[in-house]
Design a protein around this ligand. Structure first.
Ligand SMILES: C[S@@+](CC[C@H](N)C(=O)[O-])C[C@H]1O[C@@H](n2cnc3c(N)ncnc32)[C@H](O)[C@@H]1O
Length: 262
């Protein structure tokens, strides 16, 4: 799966329709998502009130709360926006949204089919407090306005273990600074990884950001001491987390809080 992700990033980010080059880097403000021959690309363009795709994910910047149904909003006096980066087919976020109708949830992934599947699940379960975005996580600052997010989650981002690929790692000092501007003071950012070296990289990236993020907890073996960890199911653990627990790999987790004074 991860190898496929490696191929996906170079293909999707650098080619458009019929192999045309997309010249702007994905992080450029004027980047335009290329069309794709993937059949789910077309399906996502046609749908829907539950899914926003490609550049349409950037039309509601700063106004995401208003994109949820008035029915969902009516039941929530002070709604909090939870955003999961790399939600895959919504394995966890669908369950969260179902269990907590008072929260508003947005799942983001770059995979067409996964997002389509996630939205199908939300529709079948009549969840009005959950939306899906098919977008590159590298464009979060164009998708969300300042302090728009209450709780941000990043579970098992691709670790890009080879040195030549480190430049693709999502967590960097610059990104942690940018993300801080999108999260409300007092809001949280939770990150999990199975990759010890990437985890240390993340902590290092975090150290110049102490004025923005307070570290609430750091664990290098989240499920240590829990003899029943292998029985945990979603959404207590994510799809990948369950696999890593079964493989005996320690789950690393960091929980950050957005400081109020910066
Ligand atoms: C290793 S999987 C983890 C999935 C899920 N978070 C879990 O814990 O089970 C990484 C996920 O991030 C998504 N992803 C990777 N790079 C991405 C990017 N640049 N933008 C959006 N999604 C991305 C992948 O498609 C995949 O669904």
């Amino acid at each position: 799966m991860r190898n496929r992700d490696v191929q996906d990033i170079s293909k999707e980010v650098t080619t458009g329709v019929l192999g045309q080059k997309s010249f702007l880097p994905v992080s450029h403000p004027d980047y335009k998502y290329p069309t794709s021959p993937n059949p789910y690309w077309g399906k996502l363009q046609e749908s829907s009130d539950l899914v926003y795709s490609d550049n349409k994910t950037e039309h509601n910047r700063g106004q995401w709360l208003s994109r949820f149904s008035s029915n969902a909003l009516g039941q929530i006096p002070s709604p909090e926006l939870h955003v999961e980066i790399g939600c895959n087919a919504g394995h966890v976020i669908v369950e969260w949204a179902a269990a907590n109708p008072k929260g508003l949830y947005l799942g983001i992934d770059w995979k067409f089919k996964a997002i389509y599947r996630g939205a199908e699940k939300a529709r079948k379960r009549h969840l009005e407090n959950l939306l899906f975005l098919r977008a590159y996580a590298e464009r979060l600052e164009f998708i969300f306005g300042p302090a728009e997010i209450d709780h941000l989650y990043l579970f098992f981002p691709d670790p890009w273990p080879k040195k030549a690929h480190w430049k693709h790692r999502f967590v960097t000092t610059e990104r942690l600074k940018n993300l801080a501007s999108l999260v409300k003071p007092g809001g949280t950012f939770e990150i999990k990884t199975d990759h010890p070296e990437y985890f240390e990289w993340m902590l290092e990236a975090l150290s110049p950001c102490e004025s923005l993020w307070e570290t609430l907890s750091v664990s290098r073996n989240l499920h240590e001491g829990n003899p029943l960890a292998h029985q945990l199911t979603m959404p207590a653990v994510t799809l990948f987390e369950r696999i890593f627990i079964k493989e005996g790999k320690p789950v690393h987790r960091i929980l950050l809080k957005r400081r109020a004074n910066s």
